[in-house]
Write a protein that binds this ligand. Structure first.
Ligand code: HSE
Length: 308
């Protein structure tokens, strides 16, 4: 039996405009590494090699909460070390907590001889995400675990579909040096919307799915509009609408807040365009004296995986 496994889990972009809590996709980069090792302590022990200030108490660490949910379900009392090398910054809007949760359940499952399939791990990873954000949503967890573009058609029961997308789809991401907490970002969203707003949102979500599946790049671009969450979350980002216009002027199909932010994603038809768009987004934040990191990646079919 193996005693140690190394897992890579990618960052993810969730919501993707009109798909609040429903849509997400995996990036090639950045991603977290997690080493999971058996220990003799009969409990989880957390070690942070990246200095990101992760909570190391198993009762508050989201990956440990996910891991415990899995171990409790399988009635396993063994101990494991979870050794984190995080490259996805917490509070970035790039699925940092989801990556930790998914990597932890995949690593432990592997050391137990893989009793569960990847899709079966999803509810346990979601327990950790729930602890992180105060809400039971899977739009980062599903693409982090399964890769690709995923739609959560429904939550009760969970009904998750892989959505085909054009081969040339690339993503530019800018992560301004700010931290937004998802739990706070969920409190600002209205509880109800007028029917006209719901219709506009449904039209965009349907349009985005249709555009992805038929490789209609124009339709993808004009469907990346969110009426539910983004308008209430971008107040701390300088000239957000001007930035969105700059991205389309630079060739992006469309852009929006990644998850609950502060990162912003832009979908593009090629790596070259995505690189130009990333530079434009970074320049925008520099003009406002905010440092940022950028990432350029294909929309990635590869989700969380065992690397060693
Ligand atoms: N759908 C979630 C939200 C993603 O927007 O709150 C962030 O975890």
């Amino acid at each position: 039996m193996r005693n140690e496994v190394t897992i890579f889990c990618p960052a993810t972009v969730s919501n993707v405009g009109p798909g609040f809590d429903l849509l997400g996709f995996a990036l090639e980069t950045p991603g977290d590494e997690l080493v999971v090792k058996r220990n003799d302590l009969g409990k989880l022990q957390l070690i942070d090699q990246s200095g990101t200030g992760l909570p190391l108490d198993p009762h508050t660490n989201v990956a440990a909460i996910a891991a415990s949910a899995l171990l409790d379900e399988l009635k396993i009392a063994d101990g494991f070390d979870l050794i984190f090398t995080k490259k996805i910054n917490p509070g970035s809007g790039l699925g940092s907590s989801a990556a930790s949760c998914v990597a932890a359940v995949m690593g432990i499952n592997e050391l137990l001889g893989a009793p569960l399939s990847a899709p079966e791990l999803l509810p346990y990873a979601m327990e950790g995400e729930q602890a992180a954000s105060g809400s039971y949503h899977a739009d980062n967890i599903a693409p982090a675990l399964l890769g690709g573009f995923t739609l959560i058609r429904g939550y009760d029961p969970l009904d998750i579909k892989h959505i085909p997308y054009p081969d040339d789809l690339h993503c530019a991401v800018v992560h301004p040096d700010l931290q937004f907490k998802t739990s706070e970002g969920r409190k600002v969203i209205p509880k109800t919307f007028p029917i006209a707003t719901a219709i506009a949102q449904a039209g965009n979500l349907a349009g985005l799915i249709a555009g992805l599946t038929t490789s209609d790049h124009g339709l993808i671009g004009r469907s990346i509009v969110d009426h539910f969450a983004e308008p209430y979350r971008t107040g701390k980002l300088p000239e957000f609408e001007a930035l969105r216009k700059k991205t389309t002027d630079a060739g992006a199909l469309g852009s929006g807040l990644s998850g609950s932010g502060p990162s912003i994603f832009a979908l593009c038809r090629s790596r070259e365009i995505a690189e130009s768009v990333a530079a434009v987004m970074q320049a925008h934040f520099s003009e406002h004296d905010i440092t940022s990191n950028t990432y350029v990646s294909k929309v990635s079919e590869a989700g969380c995986r065992i690397t060693g």
